[in-house]
Design a protein around this ligand. Sequence first.
Ligand code: FAD
Length: 483
Amino acid sequence: PNSLMWFRNDLRLGDNPALNAACEYAGVHGGKVRAVYLVTPKQWQHHHVAPMQIDFIRRHLELLARSLGALGIPLDVLYGQVFDDTAALLVDYVNEHQIGAIFAGKEPEINEQRRDNALIASGLNLTLLQQDCLLAPGAVLNLSGDMYKVFTPFSKKWKQIAASMQILPVPVPAPVGSAITQIAPIVFDCPMRSSEAWQAGEGAAKRILERFLNQNVAEYQVLRDFPAEEGTSRLSPYLALGIISPKQCVAAILQRFPEALVDYTSPAKTWLNELMWREFYRHLLVAFPRLSMGHNFNALGDGIKWRNDKAEFNAWCEGRTGYPLVDAAMRQLNQTGWMHNRLRMLVASFLTKHLLIDWRWGEQYFRQQLIDGDLAANNGGWQWSAGTGCDAQPYFRVFSPLSQSAKFDSDCEFIKRFVPELSEVSNKAIHEIKCSAAYEAAKVDLFAPPELEGKSATYPAPIVEHSFARKRAIEVLSALKKG
Ligand code: FAD
């Protein structure tokens, strides 16, 4: 019999144990190896996958098909609509190509897990390998054998386990047949948006990683908070689709900084920490399936009375809140499909705290735009910001959008890049944008804020006054207060 590699969010040849297992199976059974990718546009729509991420997948698959072709492995794209179509598509394929075993990487999200469990229960010979985290979900537990609910002890344990392992990415398998050079273009029949600003391909991801580790990692701790700088790796679109693996990232860190897992002064320690946040949220998704279902991690969050004002939500989406850094951030997202982490935290805090709009609205909007959309990190980031999450920002900590801009974009370079209406306004005026005097009166009704004055034709006045919004947020979000 032949074997089948089913690519999902592990679109790489290097460090792909499932692909290696498929090759080994075929070797042992004297069969051939094939590969498939399943297109499910309705499911993607249901999961709010961004048209830019879909285009990025499509472009990347064309390169993957070529690299697989060089190994003698044909890649077929199968077209369905939803996950429920998977069984029929795979069964037909297995019969047509005499497939004895299917291999794929495990996925932590609940719909993906249900799909896979149903396929296995129906008798399909599907083997799932853990390859989306360095340490498998469930492998980093506290002394009582439970998932950690605080990041710092999780990260200590994670490093302790990682330091005791040999971290060797699995090599690209050797060719299993003669090279296939006729590769048909890959066409998806669903809404897409150009992702050309991001280079597709495993090679591109590796080059970005190498360059970042050689040039930027040591300054990451200082530069990562400044959105005008190229201070972060920008590897997220690649990690989200598994174009590069966390093991490849950690191995590359250790090659240059062998002390990174044990020495708190290692230049790579802050960046390594971010890879651990990624794993923390993926482990949480597996330990607490309710996170995949849109529930608050902290059940007290169910008692929050969100305002959910649609007009304010639209202003936030479109970058018209009158807070320059918030607006610049949202326009970066809308224009490029990516947003700097400092700004993701700021706009998420602004939406959930200043405007008291349910974090799920923001989570969904992000997912619809982001080229790096990833349920675990997105849900984790949103619930962290709203205060409803695991090891979240406390509900009473409310970022001030003006102090944030003065601190992290003091010369307004980033703001003026994305909010050209402000290009002639002085930096000082940008960081001190004023609200209507009505807010200054102490006794405004927290739930009937006064109309704002002073809207200019080109740039709106702030949608809500900061100290007013802060007070209101703390009052409403105190639903999260323990006991
Ligand atoms: P770097 O700073 O270079 O970090 C390296 C890698 O570590 C990232 O590529 C990412 O894979 C991981 N990482 C970094 N920070 C985090 C974090 N806080 N949580 C989880 N993983 C992290 N990241 C996504 O990949 N997809 C999302 O959909 C997503 N949504 C977010 C929503 C909110 C509200 C917030 C606050 C954060 C979100 N993040 C998300 C995390 C983070 O903002 C991005 O991973 C990061 O900005 C990507 O840029 P980078 O690759 O340059 O990151």
